[in-house]
Design a protein around this ligand. Structure first.
Ligand code: VGL
Ligand code: ZN
Length: 202
């Protein structure tokens, strides 16, 4: 069985949002069109407390896009985004929401960020998604959404680590792109055995 994993299609990652991904809303149409081809559909939702440690505003003298060392390694600092219960954290209104069966919220622990839908950034705290997919007999993932170089990449790479067949839907993802991070992400995913497909292949 295959699953569609829709990563973080939330207002704050779309144009006008707090951490807008350029043309982020362009992923919505291909995602909506693909939904009918899947029996298992999961959405992720970045879901931070107001004082989350990935926010530059919680570190004195730091600005968004600076990096700091956390006890689990390097962390990019972001503008405040996807605060629990805020409009920015809501899914974009044009994303079809009825077909989704599970919503995985991530990044809700103040001290750990979570890019991947499977593990938080300490690489060991689980979200529960793997257990859910195993229980439903899912072996193959199709990953779409935002942002290619962060949450999408980490979701795809962790999917490979957990031995899923992973497909990236290249025309249904958009990236933030800091210093070539989208190209790097695409190469890392290819090296890890992620298969590049387009929405029309699905
Ligand atoms: C994301 C940065 C911070 C993402 C989430 O969805 O890619 N990026 N939080
Ligand atoms: Zn976040």
């Amino acid at each position: 069985m295959k699953a569609l994993i829709i990563v973080d299609v939330q207002n704050d990652f779309c144009p006008g949002g707090a951490l807008a991904v350029p043309n982020g809303d362009e992923v919505i149409e291909p995602i909506n069109d693909m939904m009918d081809s899947f029996d298992c559909i999961v959405q992720t939702q970045d879901w931070h407390p107001t004082d989350h440690h990935s926010f530059a505003s919680t570190h004195e003298g730091k600005s968004p896009y600076d990096t700091i060392e956390m006890n689990y390694g390097e962390q990019v600092l972001w503008p405040d985004h996807c605060v629990q219960g805020s409009t920015g954290a809501e899914f974009h209104k044009d994303l079809r929401n009825k077909p989704s069966q599970l919503i995985i919220r991530k990044g809700f622990r103040k001290d750990i960020d979570s890019y991947s839908a499977f593990f938080e950034n300490d690489q060991s705290t689980v979200t529960g998604l793997h257990g859910y997919l195993q229980a439903r007999g899912v072996k193959e993932l199709y990953v779409a959404g935002l942002a290619t170089d962060f949450c999408v990449k980490w979701t795809a790479l962790d999917g490979r680590k957990l031995e899923y067949d992973v497909n990236l839907i290249t025309d249904a993802v958009k990236g933030i792109d800091m210093d070539g991070s989208v190209d790097t992400a695409m190469n890392e995913m290819k090296e890890a055995g992620v298969i590049m497909v387009t929405a029309s292949d699905v």
